[in-house]
Design a protein around this ligand. Structure first.
Ligand SMILES: Nc1nc2c(ncn2[C@@H]2O[C@H](COP(=O)(O)OP(=O)(O)OP(=O)(O)O)[C@@H](O)[C@H]2O)c(=O)[nH]1
Length: 379
């Protein structure tokens, strides 16, 4: 009888232990389900914001900053294939001014480095595993040495071709282990690829509306927008800002003597020649007819004068070949130069922009009246 009671007790204890283990397992599964549900909810929210991003810059910021905080990832980087430097041009100002983009975004001249990362598999699959300084170091610029233990690399592809890759780095070696499920990451890669392509297309369309069809430099509308931004920056950081107004000399004679097509050829050549003397952060635009305008941020008066003189000389030294003319045509240009006043003023950027252009235009008028082919500085 005693033996039967003992057996019964043992069985009860055994069942109790199994029950506790099952309860712990159930609780763990519930926690995991809740955490997955929570992760899915945050992912859904971010996905909606990615799809709703109104510009490429907003999209890049979402990827490089918000993704990080929403999912507690320490390091995020993005590489984009930019064969003809078009993206570099679209994002020129942002790459210069926004440290987040400068550090987190790499533009690649070809897809070759990505093919090395992802191999030949079609479609390319995400790569998860331990951080390898030799392969992955360049993907996480700015990450302190030894900070990253594991990485997830997501290929971004459109129509079967690699257009970029998104990189996540974690201090936790177990976060991205080779062989773990990548369903979630593959879905993210698909969405990001589509969003990036569409945002870049939008940006191209916008730029088309801001580019002068004849010369390929920006148009007046872009200049007016850019001028206000540069003025606000110059005033905030107390940087000097120079503005140049440039006008071809005797252009009517070229048109009348050699035809409108030759005139167009000259305008194109002059636009290129001016552009050739500028830095990446400078702005050149065709203001109208045979007038160009240039903004030189962070450029003191003496340096601006040297640049203007260099432009004038380079145009005078390089006659332009035009169809039908036996000799290339000698062309000269007059330049008016003005600086944004360093004095504090209560005026708005729009008003200051109009004043700056008017001052450069006044200097140009004096250059024309002084005999043309010269630079005049509006003091
Ligand atoms: N080919 C061509 N000519 C243009 C274009 N836009 C304006 N023009 C011409 O540019 C000429 C400008 O002439 P003016 O304003 O008299 O100036 P200019 O002959 O350059 O003389 P100065 O500026 O005083 O040295 C006009 O003949 C316009 O028809 C264009 O897009 N293409």
């Amino acid at each position: 009888m005693k033996a039967g009671t003992d057996d019964h007790h043992r069985m009860q204890e055994q069942l109790e232990r199994e029950n506790q283990a099952l309860r712990r397992q159930l609780e763990r599964l519930l926690r995991e389900a809740r955490s997955n549900e929570d992760k899915m909810r945050r992912f859904d929210q971010l996905e909606h914001r990615l799809i709703g991003a109104r510009s490429i810059v907003e999209l890049l910021r979402l990827l490089l900053a918000e993704y990080k905080s929403a999912f507690g990832i320490e390091f995020v980087g993005l590489a984009l294939v930019d064969r003809d430097l078009e993206t570099a041009r679209l994002l020129e100002a942002e790459l210069r001014e926004d440290p987040l983009l400068r550090q987190g975004l790499r533009l690649l001249p070809s897809a070759a480095p990505l093919q090395q990362l992802f191999g030949e598999a079609a479609p390319p699959r995400p790569r998860l595993g331990a951080f390898d300084a030799e392969c992955h170091g360049a993907l996480f610029e700015g990450a302190p040495r030894g900070a990253i233990a594991s990485v997830a690399l997501l290929p971004l592809a459109r129509h079967g071709a690699l257009i970029g890759s998104l990189h996540f780095g974690s201090r936790d070696a177990a976060r991205y282990e080779a062989g773990t499920g990548t369903h979630f990451l593959e879905r993210l890669g698909g969405i990001v690829g589509v969003c990036l392509e569409s945002a870049l297309n939008q940006e191209r369309l916008k730029l088309d509306g801001l580019t002068d069809g004849l010369t390929g430099v920006h148009n007046r509308r872009y200049f007016e927008h850019r001028c206000q931004i540069e003025i606000a920056q110059a005033r905030r950081y107390r940087h000097p800002l120079a503005c140049m107004f440039l006008d071809l000399d005797g252009f009517k004679r070229i048109n009348d003597g050699h035809g409108h097509q030759s005139g167009d050829e000259v305008l194109r050549a002059v636009g290129q020649a001016i552009q050739g003397q500028l830095r990446a952060g400078d702005t050149i635009a065709r203001y109208g007819g045979e007038e160009f305008v240039v903004l030189l941020p962070q450029t003191p008066a003496q340096h601006a004068r040297e640049i203007a003189e260099r432009i004038r000389q380079s145009i005078a030294a390089r006659p332009v070949p035009v169809p039908g003319a036996q000799q290339p045509l000698a062309v000269t240009i007059s330049i008016g130069l003005a600086m944004l006043s360093a004095e504090p003023s209560g005026r708005e950027a729009g008003e200051l922009a109009a004043g700056l252009v008017a001052a450069a235009d006044k200097a140009l008028y004096r250059a024309k009246h002084g005999g043309r082919n010269r630079v005049v500085f509006e003091e």
